[in-house]
Ligand binder design. Structure first.
Ligand code: ATP
Ligand code: MG
Length: 214
């Protein structure tokens, strides 16, 4: 049995065509089903539905053979025990630094002020500011980071941005790019060794589907 860990929402939607290209069709729609284990048309392939940030954990420990996770999540988790063979080019967005519209980020940096940063991505943020030689105070949040600068919790947020609509709606502006984000296939290293016969064709189908789309 091959187990693939996916999260609901954007990643599931954008993964469905890739699974179809590999001849894998889910038996149920996870958005409407409450089941966490979803069968497919293939007796030897099942899907498990987990939180986006939990996908690497299931794959690392081999509870899932394959998974699909954002680079944001993988950078935070670290890649122990996993290969990341394919950039699936889905769920694309950018990790950005953003501030209140009336806040001068670059003047603040020049003045040497110590910035307060709220983010769900503490490791990514720490590495970004360290690489710039900046000392910052990091505060971890689990969501709605946009609120932080509005209520005085922080000067700066580090978060994913696609259209910028959420930033604008909250009088924030993006000031610096941290990096490009997209979702990656992750594969448990031991599973690939044991089950290459089943896993390699799935990887090849994904690769071909992406190439023919580009
Ligand atoms: P949860 O809602 O379970 O806490 P989450 O908020 O990280 O998790 P999603 O919002 O579905 O879950 O995001 C899943 C993944 O989709 C993220 O890890 C990221 O890689 C990608 N993603 C998030 N926001 C965007 C966006 N605005 N545009 C494109 N991709 C995005
Ligand atoms: Mg979410």
């Amino acid at each position: 049995m091959i187990t693939i860990a996916l999260s609901k929402g954007r990643i599931f939607e954008e993964t469905t065509p890739l699974l179809a290209a590999a001849g894998i069709h889910p038996a149920e729609d996870p958005e409407s089903s409450r089941k966490l284990i979803i069968g497919t048309n293939r007796e030897d392939v099942r899907l498990i539905i987990v939180r986006a940030s939990d996908v690497p954990t299931y794959v690392q420990y081999g509870a899932a053979d394959l998974g699909i996770a954002g680079k944001d999540v993988l950078d935070e988790h670290g890649g122990d025990g996993m290969y990341q063979p394919i950039d699936l080019q889905i769920a694309k967005c950018k990790m950005m630094v953003a501030v209140r519209e009336d806040f001068d980020y670059f003047a603040s940096i020049r003045s040497g002020a110590r910035l307060k940063v709220v983010t769900k991505y503490v490791k990514t943020a720490r590495e970004h500011f360290a690489a710039k030689g900046m000392h910052v105070d990091l505060i971890k949040l689990y969501g709605s980071m946009e609120l932080g600068p509005l209520v005085g919790l922080a000067d700066v947020i580090v978060d994913l941005v696609s259209t910028g609509g959420t930033l604008r709606a909250n009088n924030l502006k993006a000031v610096e790019e941290v990096g490009d984000i997209s979702s990656r296939l992750v594969v448990n290293q031991a599973s690939l060794k044991l089950n290459r016969g089943k896993i390699q064709p799935i990887m090849d189908a994904f690769t071909n589907a992406i190439a023919s789309r580009a």
